[in-house]
Design a protein around this ligand. Sequence first.
Ligand code: SAM
Ligand code: SF4
Length: 497
Amino acid sequence: MSRDISRKDWIEQRIKPDEYRKYLDQGQSFIDDKFLQRIVADDSQPDPLQVRDILQKSLEIESLTEEETAVLTRVQDPDLLATMEATALKVKKKVYDNRIVTFAPLYLNNICVNNCLYCGFRTANQQVDRKILSSRQIRDETRVLAGEIGHKRLIVVYGEAPETDIDYMEESIETIYSVKVPVRNGEGRIRRVNLNAPPLQKRELERLKTVGIGTYQVFQETYHAETYHRVHPGGTLKNDYLWRLYSMHRAYEAGVDDFGLGVLFGLYDWRYELLGLVSHARELEEKFGVGPHTISFPRLEPALGAKIVENSKYRLADSEFKRLITVLRLAVPYTGLIITARESAALRDQVIELGCTQADASTKLGIGGYSYDEAAQSKAKQQFIIGDTRSLDSLVRSLIKRGYIVSFCTAGYRCGRTGESIMKLLKTGKEGEYCKLNAVLTFREWLDDFASEETRVLGERLIQKEISRIKQQLPEIYSRFQEYYSKTVDGKRDLFL
Ligand code: SAM
Ligand code: SF4
């Protein structure tokens, strides 16, 4: 922690404009407001033939342009809409087959120097109990997540404050990776820590690369600059739109090429935000050959003392939310789409059929909520209230019943399948092949180490079906897979192909 400088000095030294100015084109960013406004304003009904051509492009796992994406947002014909949804599912199957990845968020602190009008953690909110987890508490939280629930992936979430600066981030991630808990067979541990953090400097990202982070998420919240400046008041760090917008560019320079984009839907017109995400994905693809690994689309949720939430005229209805996910699946076909427990169980189940590939479970948002008492779940310690309170076991069971295999695979980043190399594999469907094998191995591990009897029996049946499929579809690798699978059944852990 930067104990030797004052809070004010720390804030003043955070933003390094030189780290983003070099990317601007005559002072302009890659978000072309006039262009996006113009295509959002077009409300003509698209020609069905044009829509079908666009869908064909998605099926070939090619990203769509902003104009093509906008066309899909305008379709009203029920038959065409049904075709779009069916195509979104086909695209998802082609890239991800029947795999769903699960994870848990771990909130490490709720101290923040910013004043985002929608967030319960904002500095002006006097009603919130401020808390930072110590190393011991982080170990306790990790023990529950990795040893009782059985998670292998976490997304760690930080406010922006000198008390939880890069030193704290580095230490907390190292602490999480160091925890090993005895389970039914061997030990449980977190194998991949993804990060949802404020925009960082290049040298800080280099340090996180060394610690071994997975995805680096920074949500732009809104791509509409005017709204951005209104909801992130002047005089705060977060008010700097460009510093945030170029977070992934700095990450790439620092060697972190696993990008997580996101928008907080409900602050501005969802169509504009969707096109902003597409522009961002295209910019990253064009500049670095790597598009976003994941996209998140939280909807504004009621938060303690955040009046803006109830008053926002842009809050998304469920029907619009579903359209958004369908179009996103088609516009960035290779990208993982995350649906969080902010949403209800029923809605989450529906949107998994439209293209979502990742879901959290057993989620607790209170700081210290996994290992400490119920008080940690009080409104005063949470950022907002969650909608799906299902345990991981119950989510897994419901997914199995619908034919989904839950992947606990974290091999990608540990065997170098990230960034540009994973993009190629995803686009050609090759990643899917490896992932299917690793998904089965890790699913087997989880069933043996953590599942309830009912879930284990159902999961076992699904695994047998998957194994027959692997035998037919991937004969060249089947015998190696069988060897790994038998070892896993015998209790060997963390084998991946
Ligand atoms: N402090 C970091 C930042 O703002 O980038 C990361 C942590 S912040 C808690 C993570 C995300 O929570 C934000 O990027 C925002 O999209 C989301 N969030 C904040 N308030 C919310 C609300 N009321 N409803 C839903 N999501 C919210
Ligand atoms: Fe702080 Fe992030 Fe909340 Fe804004 S959204 S107040 S930056 S924790």
